[in-house]
Structure formats: structure tokens, C-alpha cells
Design a protein around this ligand. Structure first.
Ligand code: 5GP
Ligand code: MN
Length: 338
């Protein structure tokens, strides 16, 4: 056996010539940045790499190096298969249907199911791309300007521009190192977070017309009809959730997106001190304390009502346990809340 997971990963890379890398359906910036960053570094080492996203690459990431190499299906056999930024194997879609157990799982979701032979799962890492930036040198992989640009994209995306509550000095140090390698922060920041199509802003407008609130929970819904009328081409929420999460006195923001296959995509965002990963997991999804999601089969109104109800229970329980903690700590003379 090996002394460390880094050594085991390095040996597996050395033994492998053809390598498959996959990430999740409806890929976000961390999925794309991690896939491309790791893939490019392995290609530079002379490996035959296939990078696969079942839903393809969102247009905004086309400027990244290696974007033209991303495919929607895997072709042939591989010496090694790697899953990045996925807490469970179902999140990859059907790309791995011929592979029962991937060789390597690199991720940062606390709900990760450790489904591979080697699992590098760092729940306190801000992004899978940050985990890669930290570990790739110890696997003998070089982070050049192209790789650094992909990895910085992943960090910018998952920290919403370095402002999530899990941001750390170490994540900023890793990002600074990527900038030193040539990654262009302002350009990548605008490309990943700021720039929007005209249709995306129109789609926000439709969702904001259905803005709802119950105490500290706010939500909005996006219907298939909105999408068609406005001509928004993708099947995501155009990041409208981040606008809802800007409401200062809301503790939890939720967005519901109706899909053609009869399911509703639900995304939660929580303020610090509230953990929405468990509620997502209880509906069959997953994520982080501050950001989690799930696809639920069913009608938009029914899904919305049951999710809001469950979220109200979560919020009530969270405050009840905090109040209990205040009482206990007051007894101990260590009042920390309020
Ligand atoms: P979003 O709601 O923006 O799609 O995702 C927020 C977080 O929850 C991300 O870390 C994402 O990977 C995770 N997540 C979203 N949807 C699902 C899902 O259906 N299954 C799992 N396991 N994780 C999800
Ligand atoms: Mn991620």
C-alpha cells in the first residue's frame, strides 16, 4: 500500500496511458475548470485523454483552452477513469455506464459517497479546482498558464468570486499562485460570473415576477413557458439564485426550474450557520452546507410546496438547536450567539 493518497494517485497516473475524465450533468464552472485543468495537464504529459460532459460545454467556457476537446460520450476502453466535482456517480449521467467503479473520485462535497477506488474528497476545499491546484504538483503534473486559467475559473465559480463563507486564506493563496502562472483574473471573473446574454436577464425578469417569501425563506420559479417565450437557450436558472441570495434578511433562498422531462431542479442557498446539504440529500440530491440542489420528478407547484414546507422545518430546527445551545452556553457562561 501507499503512504499517501497522493502517492497512490501518482502511481496510477504513471501506469495509465489512456485516461477518461468526466464531470456532472449541467456542468458549472468548477466542473468545467476541473475537467479541463486536469485533462490539459495530463495531455501535456503525453497521455491520451478523453474529457466527457454528457450535457456538453456551456458556451461561456468556450474561450478556455481545451474546450474544443470536450465530448458528450466516451469512446473505447481506458486504463483509468476519473470523476471530478461529483458527489455521486449518478451526477455524471450515463457516461460511465460501462464502468462499475471509477478509479479516482476528486471532489469537495461533504455529501460525497466515496464511490471510486481512490477518493480524494476534501469537504473544506472551496472548489474541486482548488483541490487540484493544491495536489497536482505532487502528482508530477505541471500547472502552466492554460491549466491555471481553467483551475482559477473553477475557484471563481464555486466561491462566487471569493465571497462564499468558506473562503479561506489558503484558497486565496492558491488563486494567487494561479495568477502568478498567468491566469487573467479580471477576464476570467467577467467570463465566469458577470457576463450574461440579453435572454438570461429577461429570464431573470420572468422568475422575479414569481418572487415569494415566507419569513426568512425566499424563492422564485422559472417555467418552461418562460424559457420558450424569452428564448433562453439553456435549461438552468441563469444563476438567478444568486440574486435571490442577495436579499439581506433571507436565511435561505430557493429556486425551482421546470424541466422538459417532467422534473423540477431545486437549488438552495443558505446563509452562514445553516446547512442545506442534508435537506438536498433527503430529496435524493446533494451539495454543500451553503449551496445544494436536487432534481425532483413532479409538477412544479407540488414540488415547490413540499420543498418549501421541508425547508421551513429545517429552519425551525436549526433555530431551535441554536437556542438550545444558547441556553446551554449561558449556563456555562459562554454565550456565543445573539
Ligand atoms: P446548484 O443548485 O447550483 O445546481 O448546485 C449547488 C450544489 O449542489 C453544487 O455543489 C452541486 O454539485 C450540488 N448539486 C446540485 N444538484 C445536485 C443533484 O441533483 N445531486 C447532487 N448530488 N448534488 C447536486
Ligand atoms: Mn464544485
Amino acid at each position: 500500500m501507499y503512504d499517501s493518497i497522493d502517492e497512490a494517485i501518482k502511481v496510477k497516473f504513471a501506469e495509465s496511458q489512456s485516461i477518461l475524465i468526466v464531470s456532472h450533468i449541467r456542468p458549472d464552472g468548477d466542473a468545467v475548470g476541473s475537467l479541463l485543468g486536469l485533462g490539459l495537464a495530463l495531455i501535456h504529459q503525453g497521455k491520451a485523454v478523453q474529457m466527457v460532459l454528457e450535457d456538453g460545454l456551456p458556451d461561456k467556457y468556450l474561450p478556455l483552452s481545451g474546450s474544443d476537446l470536450v465530448r458528450r460520450t466516451a469512446q473505447g476502453e481506458f486504463d483509468m477513469s476519473i470523476v471530478v466535482d461529483c458527489s455521486d456517480i449518478e451526477r455524471t449521467g450515463s457516461v460511465l455506464s460501462n464502468i462499475s467503479k471509477p478509479d479516482l473520485n476528486i471532489d469537495h462535497h461533504k455529501t460525497n459517497l466515496n464511490f471510486a477506488a481512490l477518493n480524494l474528497v476534501e469537504a473544506d476545499s472551496v472548489a474541486t479546482a482548488a483541490t487540484l491546484a493544491e495536489h497536482m504538483p505532487s502528482w508530477g503534473l505541471e500547472i502552466d498558464c492554460a491549466v491555471a486559467s481553467c483551475l482559477l475559473t473553477g475557484i471563481i465559480a464555486d466561491t462566487i468570486g471569493f465571497r462564499t463563507s468558506n473562503i479561506s486564506a489558503q484558497a486565496l493563496r492558491l488563486s494567487a499562485d494561479l495568477i502568478d502562472k498567468g491566469a487573467d483574473l479580471p477576464k476570467l471573473y467577467r467570463q465566469t460570473l458577470v457576463s450574461r446574454s440579453f435572454e438570461a436577464i429577461g429570464f431573470w425578469g420572468a422568475g422575479l415576477n414569481r418572487l415569494g417569501r415566507d419569513g426568512a425563506i425566499v424563492w422564485a420559479s422559472l417555467t418552461l413557458d418562460d424559457r420558450r417565450k424569452i428564448g433562453y437557450p439553456d435549461d438552468d436558472d441563469a444563476d438567478l439564485i444568486n440574486i435571490l441570495a442577495a436579499i439581506g434578511d433571507a436565511k435561505i433562498a430557493i429556486i425551482f426550474v421546470e424541466h422538459e422531462n417532467g422534473s423540477v431542479k431545486v437549488s438552495w442557498r443558505a446563509q452562514a450557520g445553516i446547512d442545506v446539504s442534508g435537506i438536498a440529500l433527503s430529496f435524493g440530491g446533494g451539495g454543500h452546507a451553503a449551496a445544494a440542489g436536487v432534481d425532483i420528478q413532479g409538477d412544479l407547484t407540488e414540488v415547490r410546496d413540499s420543498v418549501i414546507q421541508a425547508t421551513k422545518v429545517l429552519l425551525a430546527e436549526t433555530f431551535a438547536s441554536k437556542n438550545n445551545k444558547i441556553l446551554v452556553e449561558e449556563e456555562k457562561g459562554e454565550h456565543k450567539y445573539g
